[in-house]
Design a protein around this ligand. Structure first.
Ligand SMILES: Nc1ncnc2c1ncn2[C@@H]1O[C@H](COP(=O)(O)OP(=O)(O)OP(=O)(O)O)[C@@H](O)[C@H]1O
Ligand SMILES: [Mg+2]
Length: 273
């Protein structure tokens, strides 16, 4: 018998089948996600793109088990994040609220040791892991300073290190470069690129920055007003809107072609009705 056939196929990192999520807002019902079906295979860097209010954060919160879908099914590495939260918690590292996930009255190192304790790492491996991650995010020199004295970029790098403490199979990042100056953005992109090149792990990142997604991501999903409007490698999405003899398209052109709006205009118009 073929050994390949005897092995179970790897579960997708993220699998959504007809997932919807409604919210009761002040102005009535908001359809934050509207019947999204999506399969993100394991390994590689996946981008979730779309303007303000598109539903990116809602999708990531569903994946983390912080919200339930109103309809449809979601699985993370083959497990239901609501029904099997412990399995998902161990497999997944997330930076959702950015720097808000950190304790500002603790040092950078203490934040990582605290996170390691939550994942039951014994003290010696936890200390080694913290030191390794502090080196990775270039915070060794400031490791024993309180986080309240850190810059936004330093806090964002520490939040990334915190999410990596238990060496998760799936890393979920909500706009990891938002609010950073160009230098700090470049530093963060360098770290994400290094993580992706390590291989083995799946990274799912929501971003507004289409250039960033194009540079880093193997595949992207574009969401707009809760709907999935495109899904595939950036190269393929761009090729689909290219005109013979025309300039090389960007992901901005893809968004414009699919939604009839520029991303900036979509951001200005804000949340879905
Ligand atoms: N807890 C909530 N209660 C009510 N409405 C919500 C809630 N969370 C999200 N929404 C609404 O759902 C829609 C999608 O929001 P979401 O935060 O997922 O978008 P996003 O793509 O992450 O946007 P941004 O780029 O601004 O972060 C928006 O209309 C938002 O106002
Ligand atoms: Mg968001």
């Amino acid at each position: 018998m073929d050994l390949q056939l005897a092995l179970p196929a790897a579960a997708p990192a993220l699998w959504l089948d007809g997932v919807s999520r409604r919210f009761a807002g002040r102005g009535g019902i908001v359809m934050a996600l509207d019947r999204i079906s999506l399969r993100v295979p394991q390994g590689g860097f996946f981008g979730l793109l779309g303007p303000n209010g598109a539903g990116k954060t809602t999708l990531l919160r569903l994946a983390c088990g912080l919200l339930r879908p109103t309809a449809g099914r979601i699985e993370v590495l083959g497990d239901d994040p609501v029904r099997r939260p412990e399995a998902v918690r161990r497999a997944l590292g997330a930076v959702l609220g950015g720097e808000r996930a950190l304790y500002w009255r603790l040092t950078g190192r203490e934040n990582l040791l605290y996170a390691a304790a939550l994942y039951d790492l014994p003290p010696a491996p936890a200390a080694a892991r913290a030191a390794e991650l502090l080196r990775f995010v270039d915070l060794t020199e400031r490791a024993d300073d309180l986080v309240e004295g850190y810059s936004t970029g330093m806090r964002q790098r520490l939040a990334l290190a915190r999410a990596l403490v238990h060496d998760p199979t799936l890393l979920i990042l909500d706009e990891p470069t938002a609010g950073l100056d160009p230098h700090a953005q470049a530093a963060m992109r360098g770290l994400l690129d290094a993580l992706a090149r390590e291989g083995g792990r799946t990274i799912v990142m929501a971003t507004h920055n289409l250039l960033e997604a194009d540079r880093l991501c193997d595949a992207v999903a574009i969401v707009d007003r809760g709907r999935l409007v495109a899904n595939g490698p950036p190269r393929d999405l761009k090729a689909a809107v290219a005109r013979p003899g025309g300039p090389e398209p960007t992901l901005e052109d893809v968004f414009l072609a699919l939604t009839g709006r520029s991303l900036a205009a979509a951001d200005r118009s804000g949340a879905p009705a």
